[in-house]
Design a protein around this ligand. Structure first.
Ligand code: ZN
Ligand code: ZN
Length: 378
């Protein structure tokens, strides 16, 4: 397999933003799409590469890993949950919020069980930013929300005195039939949005909206291990209906990056600078971990970018409570400058290695000979 650079494949610069990335991806994906290039193996391969690159770079976590550790860093991430999805709905945590709202459990809530005369959705969603450590360890957050309550003056209808008339656009059907060539489609009535009724006169109190808003500060307990894109349902914190029952609030998390740790699913990456002498000699160094610190045992002759893995030192899995790994990557540091004494010491050290200090001579000896041989016509 040939290595290819994700940025080059997508024809974008390394500091491009998400929009630029998407734009370039779309353009290239269209160009190399198999439907447009039938029986073209090269185009098919290119199409695959474009998709692979886009999947990695369009995900913030994966892109950070890729930038620091390359493709290897991404391949290394163990199994576990698929990343990059918005679909991690954590209904599993319902019980935490059970009874917290006004209406108790059971039916009567939510979009699916919606009363057709209900003017607005009872569930709503907000994005909740979290600090890195809040997501990793869990936390309790005070969240300010604004939810809808029905307008008392029109009983939530939006119509003055609650007076409604049949929608004349659809004749009260809530649907209209559209014709396009030989085909007909039933469509939700654009005038009444499927309700079949129209407002005679707008309610002045709510300007016809049918609701007013109310502010509330709610305390949300966020379990340890949540990640960007995860969604948590806070039952009973949604909008209120005419019967005083409340729908659900959905919180979608956005986790800020940390200066030291890079998170990829439940694994945590940390880059540790190691001075070249230390790398050669080996030894124990103390490094930060999520819980405090760890001893990293460097073996003599540690290489640049070498990785050390600590199991169970990563992030706790929000579902199964198992911990991910802490992956430490060595970043070899060379001295920026040498003073006279250091230079002398290094020269002396080099000499002490004798032949070993010039491996290019011995290992390339044959190459010198064969190159010379080419020009002699042997
Ligand atoms: Zn209508
Ligand atoms: Zn009103």
């Amino acid at each position: 397999m040939t290595e290819f650079n994700y940025y080059e494949i997508l024809e974008v610069s390394k500091d491009c933003n998400g929009t630029e990335l998407k734009k370039s991806y779309r353009k290239l994906a269209m160009k190399y799409h198999p439907d447009r290039n039938p029986d073209d193996k090269a185009a098919e391969d290119k199409f695959k590469q474009i998709n692979e690159a886009y999947q990695a770079l369009s995900n913030e976590e994966k892109r950070a890993i890729y930038d620091r550790y390359g493709k290897e860093g991404l391949d290394r991430q163990g199994g576990g949950r698929p990343s990059g999805g918005m679909d991690d709905v954590m209904d599993i945590f319902n019980s935490m919020f059970g009874g917290g709202g006004g209406g108790g459990f059971g039916s009567g809530f939510g979009q699916t069980r919606r009363d057709p005369s209900q003017k607005y959705a009872l569930d709503f969603e907000i994005e909740l930013p979290l600090k890195f450590h809040e997501a990793v360890f869990g936390c309790e957050k005070q969240v300010d929300i604004t939810y809808k309550i029905p307008c008392n003056d029109c009983k939530g209808t939006g119509a003055k005195d609650g007076k409604m008339d049949t929608c004349d656009y659809c004749g009260g059907q809530g649907q209209v039939v559209m014709r396009q060539g030989p085909m007909t489609f039933a469509q939700t009535c654009p005038q009444c949005q499927g309700k079949g009724k129209k407002i005679v006169k707008k309610c002045v109190s709510c300007h016809g909206k049918g609701y007013k808003t109310k502010d509330e500060t709610v305390t949300i307990k966020i379990p340890a291990g949540v990640d960007s894109g995860n969604r948590l349902r806070a039952q009973g914190y949604g909008n209120e209906d005419r019967h005083g029952r409340r729908g659900d609030l959905y919180l979608t998390f956005y986790v800020e990056e940390d200066a030291t740790f890079v998170r990829n699913g439940n694994d945590i990456y940390i880059e540790v600078p190691v001075f070249f002498t230390q790398a050669i000699l080996g030894g124990e160094i103390t490094i930060p971990s999520l819980d405090g610190e760890l001893q990293l045992d460097l073996k003599p002759g540690t290489k640049d970018k070498e990785q050390f893995i600590f199991d169970n030192e990563g992030v706790i899995d929000v579902h199964n409570k198992r911990k991910g790994r802490l992956i430490v990557q060595v970043q070899l540091k060379l001295p920026k400058k040498l003073n006279d004494e250091q230079e002398k010491l290094l020269l002396k050290l080099q000499e002490s290695f004798g032949v070993e200090s010039s491996p290019h001579k011995s290992s390339l000896e044959n190459a010198f000979d064969s190159v010379k041989g080419w020009f002699k016509g042997e």
